[in-house]
Ligand binder design. Structure first.
Ligand SMILES: NC(=O)c1ccc[n+]([C@@H]2O[C@H](COP(=O)([O-])OP(=O)(O)OC[C@H]3O[C@@H](n4cnc5c(N)ncnc54)[C@H](OP(=O)(O)O)[C@@H]3O)[C@@H](O)[C@H]2O)c1
Length: 291
């Protein structure tokens, strides 16, 4: 990681001073902090990163951040191509969009193949795409299990397949990083309507730990970021049902976490500066579940 003073970055400069106050300078591009002293530049310049679910929410905020830091991105999306294109249009470093429905096994492997064919190498994969589908046990068993399978297909099976493909690829390179989006739900438990979601994230967490233990000597690291409630489309339905006040009462901070709050830590994970935390799950949940 490089440290630099006096530089301004197009999308985001992380200041070591007053990080929460920097929130006030956020605009639609993310945070633009005007502090120029003690600025920290994340070293992802020129790195090729496949980011799934980059078209919305946490993935979109991270994509904008990574591109601002000079990474070359494979911007994956499913339905929101316009959003993915708008991210790529921000830069001229060869970042490109890739469409795939991650509930479809063939589309998952085609996504990986297409990205490698286009970029020749992938340095890091951020496996972020996910669904948060309610399936209360008060409903019918058939519907309940359909939602279970749909959740597992996107949140766990696709992640497992991309992990296998990634390990094969990283072994040929002698290094690589797998960054997974887990959840506070793994440690705190979820409400009864999201049993499949919690189980899928538990699977991811165990997967990351096992990859970290098994392939460290191949230069492969794996870690998990476990967010708490973060204000994205995924969370909007929950906010509509339960009200923002309920969520604010759960957290230690005064404001709900925004997608942009997660991007710097995820970028740090991508940079290699956290490689010795391989296997770890890092919580970022506004103090709502401290373990
Ligand atoms: N938001 C939270 O409170 C929260 C908390 C803990 C963990 N997380 C985790 O953080 C990650 C991102 O969540 P988010 O809140 O940013 O979600 P989001 O705003 O709903 O965005 C989801 C992303 O996943 C993609 N996606 C959904 N279904 C897909 C499918 N079948 N195939 C391919 N891509 C698909 C979407 O693509 P399109 O829009 O292009 O269709 C979109 O880019 C998820 O893994 C989630 O579980 C979120």
């Amino acid at each position: 990681m490089n440290r630099s003073c006096g530089q301004k970055y197009k999308f985001w400069t992380v200041s070591l001073a007053k990080p929460l106050q920097s929130r006030k300078t956020a605009n639609k591009d993310g945070y633009i902090c005007t502090h120029t002293s003690c600025a920290m530049k994340f070293d992802v310049q020129g790195k090729t990163i496949l980011l799934t679910g980059a078209s919305d929410g946490i993935g979109k905020a991270l994509a904008i951040f990574l591109i601002g830091q000079g990474a070359r991105l494979a911007v994956h999306y499913h339905t929101n191509g316009a959003s993915a294109e708008s991210i790529v249009a921000r830069c001229s470093n060869g970042s490109e969009t890739f469409r795939a429905d991650l509930s479809d096994e063939k589309e998952v492997s085609d996504l990986f193949t297409n990205v490698v064919a286009r970029f020749k190498r992938i340095d890091t994969m951020v496996l972020n795409a996910g669904v948060f589908l309610p399936h209360s046990v008060n409903g019918g068993t058939v519907e309940w299990f359909q939602t279970w399978k749909r959740t597992m297909a996107v949140n766990l099976n696709a992640v497992g397949l991309l992990t296998k493909l990634g390990i094969d690829h990283f072994k040929t390179l002698g290094r690589g990083r797998l960054i997974y989006l887990g959840s506070r739900a793994v440690f705190r438990g979820e409400t009864e309507a999201y049993l499949a979601y919690a189980a899928s994230k538990g699977g991811i967490t165990a997967l990351a730990r096992s990859v970290a233990r098994s392939f460290g000597k191949d230069g492969i690291v794996a870690m998990v970021l476990a967010p708490g409630f973060t204000r994205t489309a995924m969370a909007e339905a929950f906010i509509a049902d339960h009200g923002e006040e309920t969520l604010l009462n759960e957290i230690a901070l005064k404001e709900l976490t925004e997608p942009e709050d997660l991007a710097p830590l995820l970028c740090l994970m991508c940079s290699g500066a956290m490689d010795h935390a391989t296997g770890a799950t890092i919580d970022m949940n506004a103090g709502s579940h401290i373990r």
